[in-house]
Ligand binder design. Structure first.
Ligand SMILES: [Zn+2]
Length: 95
């Protein structure tokens, strides 16, 4: 079920829940009974502070404004390159 908004010409907008694709274009106003047209509105992103929303937001932002990284992230252990102790590997070509 999805919540749709309807606007009565005389009363404040009201909401009604219908299945997606089955919402009528107009409903009778619960106050006065006049036909009220369905409004096109932005989806309710009620979880705007959630990690999922922040990820979506940063992904959209990084598409046009990539974050510049000047240093390693503090607190992360420095990556230690593992070398082989086999003496035969010393003869292999180096990049
Ligand atoms: Zn009304």
């Amino acid at each position: 079920m999805t919540i749709y908004e309807y606007r009565c010409p005389d009363d404040p907008p009201f909401e009604a829940s219908h299945r997606i694709g089955e919402a009528p274009d107009s409903l009778a106003c619960p106050s006065c009974g006049k036909p009220s047209g369905r409004m096109i509105s932005a989806p309710h992103l009620s979880k705007s502070g959630s990690p999922a929303f922040r990820l979506i937001d940063s992904t959209h932002r990084s598409a046009s404004e990539p974050e510049i990284v000047n240093s390693q992230i503090p607190g992360t252990p420095r990556r230690v390159q593992s070398y082989s102790s086999n003496p035969l590997h010393r003869k292999l070509p180096r990049p």
